[in-house]
Design a protein around this ligand. Structure first.
Ligand code: UDP
Ligand code: MG
Length: 327
């Protein structure tokens, strides 16, 4: 009888989260009990150790119960890739992706699962962070980022939506078929399409460990978003290049007339400096930007695997069909 119950896979990447291991395992147990009671679904837990340097994997393997596996990557590949590694192991009817740092609550997870179970015409339910950004400047920057990246596409990348989401098996298969090496999940989720629904949530405060995001990380990540999903930066720079050239032509014409008809001596040095610095700066910016895109092209064309699995630790107490073994 138990064989035919639909399976919900819970995918959670972790990096140096040993401190939250037992609490997260307890949360998963409660979630499993609720999911089984309310929807009659079986739960399979897929944790991905994204190259932790602490004993998180051991702690998790002691604390987890039921049907679980821990995919240990050979090094740190970043959360975006770790999520893919987890989804690659997912065989269930639905998959829930959540953080292992206790910032993603059981309540929100259950709300999303309920939405998906009750609405057959929705394929994805994602959690949208409704917490006000800490600083005004940062929220304006985020707005600018999204309006730029969404300005020339057939799909919209929603603001404040992360990996915390539940999706049907078909969506999981679509996502895992996208083998981008430099992954920008928000963009991939949007690119894949399907009927998506947002529900508002605010993440819990982090009680253990610390966030892996620094300001520098965020900037690099935004650039990754642009280079994988947008040509807008290139267009903006080419446009400003054209404007600068136009300004140069107009200014040149003005100087020419002044010399020819009024005999005004041209004050040379300042205007020369302005032109040199402006054009030099534009050139370098454009070069750097092209470099970014070339670098992305290079790393995609090398065709290395997106990640490498060191080993998979399993705890299958309920008989799950074999087949999802190894990398
Ligand atoms: N994480 C990961 N690999 C990384 C960075 C983070 O697997 O390179 C995990 C981390 O352990 C956590 C989740 O991704 O479970 C979210 O990371 P974090 O809490 O640092 O991000 P934030 O919640 O601040 O957005
Ligand atoms: Mg977090």
């Amino acid at each position: 009888m138990a064989e035919s119950r639909p399976v919900l896979d819970i995918v959670a990447p972790f990096l140096n989260e040993a401190q939250s291991a037992s609490a997260f395992a307890a949360l998963l147990d409660k979630l499993e009990a609720e999911v089984s009671r309310r929807f009659g679904m079986e739960v399979h837990k897929i944790l991905v150790d994204d190259g932790s340097r602490d004993d998180g994997a051991e702690r998790f393997s002691q604390a987890l119960s039921g049907s679980w596996e821990i995919v240990r990557l050979s090094r740190n590949f970043g959360k975006e890739v770790a999520v893919l590694a987890g989804l690659d192991q997912s065989r269930g009817a639905m998959a829930l992706v959540m953080d292992a740092d206790l910032q993603h609550s059981m309540d929100t997870s259950l709300k999303m699962i309920t939405e998906l179970v009750e609405n057959p015409d929705i394929d994805v339910v994602y959690a949208q962070n409704d917490r006000r950004e800490a600083s005004w400047r940062r929220s304006q920057l985020a707005k600018l980022f999204y309006s730029l990246i969404n300005s020339s596409q057939r799909f919209d990348i929603p603001e404040n939506a992360g990996d915390f989401r539940v999706m049907r098996g078909a969506v999981v298969r679509a996502l895992t078929s996208l083998r981008d090496k430099r992954r920008f999940n928000k963009g991939l989720f949007a690119w894949a399409g399907f009927r998506q629904k947002a529900i508002a949530y605010s993440p819990e405060n982090r009680v253990t460990g610390k966030s892996k995001w620094s300001r520098l990380n965020l900037i690099a990540f935004s650039l990754e978003g642009f280079t994988s999903f947008s040509v807008i930066p290139l267009r903006i720079i080419s446009l400003s290049g054209m404007l600068a050239a136009l300004a140069g032509i107009i200014y040149g014409a003005k100087v020419f007339f002044e010399v020819m008809f009024y005999g005004i001596a041209v004050p040379g040095y300042p205007s020369l400096m302005v032109a040199v610095v402006l054009l030099g700066g534009l050139n370098l910016t454009l070069l750097g930007l092209i470099g970014e895109y070339v670098w992305v092209t290079l790393s995609e064309s090398k065709d290395r695997p997106v990640y490498i699995v060191r080993d998979v630790v399993r705890g299958d107490v309920s008989g799950r069909p074999p087949g999802a073994s190894g990398a």
